[in-house]
Design a protein around this ligand. Structure first.
Ligand code: P6P
Length: 337
């Protein structure tokens, strides 16, 4: 069967043997995310029409309790994961603390914890700009059958067994890795099936696109300021092209296909950066490295950072390997200024 006609379901069956744990678990994991992605996608595609993009807690035109889309997405992913009985714990940008998943009337023997940003960039919904879901999956480290603890969530990113994102763009795509490369699947909305449209996705070693919110320039560290000046220099392969959508998944996905770097650095207003380590940076870093790219906090590998709290933030440099290395050169050179 050619790649282009291969469905996500067929891909999972063919590749279950590569998953280092029980084969059935991978397919249940990915299939539960696939279902939730389709449900959320359906809601997003009509957001402007049914006025559900308002604040949570209001009553919408149908007289239903109005949910913001990120609250809706969070509920749908949680519901699907719990109903499919594949996880024992969930952490989410939308949940203050992690969620202990009880087994239905029996001990929960499931071995996976999932961390997610159910709808990253949700403020873009009101202006019809792409948004995304980001997910990260680990094996639990505490005894199976007992309630999960914070230890199960504070694992370094290199322990991930799977990670991916759903890009709700001009088309809806699911891109994920289980540690054997990165593959992209595009949804055919007419039949609700994801097809393998982007097999073996890889970052170009270098590129010409940089994605940075330059409005904060005055607040950046000196190394970041010098790197941005380098990007604009008319010399060699520069000036680069500036592209910043304000939606991590959309910027990352474009750079993965075209080559480029995305940076959300620390600044005076965001002293630890803005993006969350557990459910934004770690999954995107796992995907980046599996695609031959690189991800750091400007100095050290993202996947080696030992998390200390559920919602901790880190500076984030991710994309084509040589571009990330160039940015790191400037951060090192001006570290003490
Ligand atoms: P700023 C969206 O809120 C997000 O988490 C990322 O998706 C995006 O890249 C970034 O924040 C945008 O932040 O400060 O530029 O608006």
């Amino acid at each position: 069967m050619t790649n282009k006609n291969k469905t996500l379901g067929e891909y999972i069956i063919e590749n279950q043997k590569n998953f280092k744990y029980s084969s059935g678990e991978l397919s249940r994991l990915i299939n539960s995310i696939r279902l939730a992605a389709k449900v959320v996608n359906h809601e997003i595609r009509k957001a402007g029409l049914v006025d559900i993009t308002g604040a949570a807690g209001d009553i919408n035109i149908q007289g239903e309790a109005q949910q913001k889309l990120d609250v809706y997405a969070n509920d749908k992913f949680k519901e699907t994961l719990i109903n499919r009985e594949i996880v024992c714990g969930i952490a989410s940008e939308e949940e203050d603390d992690f969620v202990i998943v009880e087994g239905n009337n029996k001990k929960n023997e499931n071995k996976y914890v999932l961390m997610m940003d159910p709808l990253d960039g949700s403020s873009n919904i009101d202006v019809n700009v792409s948004v995304g879901t980001i997910f990260s999956i680990y094996r639990r480290v505490t005894p199976v059958g007992t309630p999960v603890t914070i230890e199960d969530f504070l694992q370094p990113g290199r322990n991930q067994v799977a990670a991916g994102y759903v890009a709700y763009g001009t088309s809806t795509m699911m891109v994920f890795t289980t540690g054997h490369g990165v593959n992209g699947f595009t949804l055919n909305p007419a039949i609700g099936t994801f097809y393998l449209s982007h097999p073996n996705m890889t970052f170009k070693e270098t590129g010409k696109i940089y994605s940075v919110s330059e409005g904060y320039f005055a607040h950046f560290e000196e190394g970041m300021k010098q790197y941005l000046k380098y990007c604009k220099l008319e010399e060699g392969d520069r000036p680069y092209t500036a592209r910043y959508i304000g939606s991590l998944v959309a910027d990352f996905h474009r750079n993965l296909i075209k080559g480029g770097i995305y940076i959300y650095p620390k600044s005076k207003t965001s002293p630890k950066g803005k993006l969350r380590l557990l459910y934004e940076c770690n999954p995107m870093a796992f995907i980046a490295e599996q695609a031959g790219g690189k991800a750091s906090d400007g100095y050290d590998r993202i996947l080696d950072i030992q998390p200390t709290e559920l919602h901790q933030r880190v500076p984030f440099y991710v994309g084509s390997k040589k571009m990330v290395e160039k940015a790191e050169e400037f951060m090192a050179k001006y570290k003490d200024q």
